[in-house]
Structures are given as C-alpha cells and as structure tokens.
Design a protein around this ligand. Structure first.
Ligand code: FES
Length: 84
C-alpha cells in the first residue's frame, strides 16, 4: 500500500505553514522521483487548528509541522518506499 500524506488545507493550517509545506512536499517527491509512489491528499480543517499546521502520514497526525520536521518525515516516507 502506498504511503499516504494528508495535509490540512483549512485556512488556519494553510496560513500557518501548510501552503509552503505543500510546495515543499511536492518538490521533494518530484526531486526524489516518488510522485507516483506516495498518495498526497488535502483535507479540510481537522478541528485542531491551534496545534497547526497539521498533517497526517499513514493515519498518524503530526502537529506544528515546520519544514525541518517535514524534511525528516519525508525522509522516512521515501525510505519506506525504496525499502531502506
Ligand atoms: S485548519 Fe487545520 S486543523 Fe483547522
């Protein structure tokens, strides 16, 4: 099963960083050739705005996701895709 990244596109998370996080994810997956290996979806507000920006990877929710945190998470996702 493909890893699934669900990024909150609600206005609060979007403003607090997910606009840039989305761009970061898209270019990261493109650079690493994993666009087709990962399911990337957006969600509406998850009602956890105060802890945003929020995103979920394989059902696990992450809060206050900065680009540094995101880079580490993506490394794990891509690592799993390539069987490392
Ligand atoms: S906007 Fe993301 S939890 Fe509300």
């Amino acid at each position: 099963m493909k890893p699934r990244i669900k990024i909150c596109m609600g206005s609060s998370c979007f403003r607090r960083g997910n606009r840039k996080n989305l761009e970061f994810i898209e270019s990261y997956l493109e650079e690493h050739g994993f666009v087709a290996e990962v399911e990337l979806v957006g969600s509406r507000c998850e009602e956890q705005c105060r802890k945003g920006p929020n995103l979920e990877i394989n059902g696990q929710m992450y809060h206050e996701v900065s680009q540094e945190i995101l880079a580490g998470l993506l490394e794990q996702v891509v690592g799993r895709c390539s069987g490392e």
